[in-house]
Design a protein around this ligand. Structure first.
Ligand code: ADP
Length: 177
């Protein structure tokens, strides 16, 4: 992402993040209450590289971030090797396992594959600052919040596309250093 001066200083994180108005909602997982089958459906019905984990759909409070790859590998492994893991098993990202239905299958604990401190910016963070953070920390994506509620996601590619749009250039010609 250089030279920095080329960046439109008036852009804010909210202008670059996805989803855009009219896009499908951000695909998130909840920290508990979802089954293995439901998680698989979310992952398999999209191509996103990762999914924010939230406390609940209602609160949209961010708990962490899981990579698609890690989710698929862990679920696949658990189905093959972990006794009792089936589609109806609860997926648990919390520290303590919530009470399970007495007759139900055992839960699948996935806290270990979650990034507990994904990088976030607020919706009104200027994009030149966000770009700086991406560059300095080598981020692949960053989450966007407003008053503690998760609003969206910005990937490295989203930034490159946005910059290309502003400068009317081919996104591939603008490289991260
Ligand atoms: P990339 O931007 O490198 O292709 P992704 O495949 O993860 O990375 O994302 C593709 C697009 O979808 C990007 O515009 C990104 O902002 C958006 N996106 C990424 N993850 C999610 C998600 N969980 N829910 C909704 N949109 C997402």
């Amino acid at each position: 992402l250089e030279p920095k001066e080329e960046f439109d200083h008036s852009s804010l994180a909210v202008d670059v993040m996805r989803p855009r108005r009219g896009d499908p909602a951000l695909a998130v997982l909840t920290q508990d209450g979802m089954t293995v089958g439901e998680v698989e459906t979310v992952v398999e019905s999209t191509h996103y590289s990762g999914f924010p984990v939230v406390v609940s759909q209602e609160s949209q409070r961010l708990v962490g971030f899981v990579l698609r790859r890690d989710l698929l590998i862990s679920i696949d492994n658990a189905r093959k090797r972990q006794e009792g893991i089936v589609s109806a098993s609860q997926v648990v990202f919390t520290e303590h396992t919530p009470p399970q239905p007495p007759e139900g299958p055992p839960p699948l604990r996935l806290r270990g594959i979650m990034d507990l401190s994904p990088f976030t910016v607020t919706d009104h963070t200027p994009m030149d600052i966000t770009v700086d953070i991406f560059r300095k920390l080598g981020l692949r994506q960053c989450l966007v919040t407003h008053n503690g509620r998760l609003l969206g996601i910005i990937t490295k590619k989203d930034i490159l596309k946005h910059m290309a749009q502003i400068s009317n250039r081919d996104p591939d010609s603008i490289l991260f250093n």
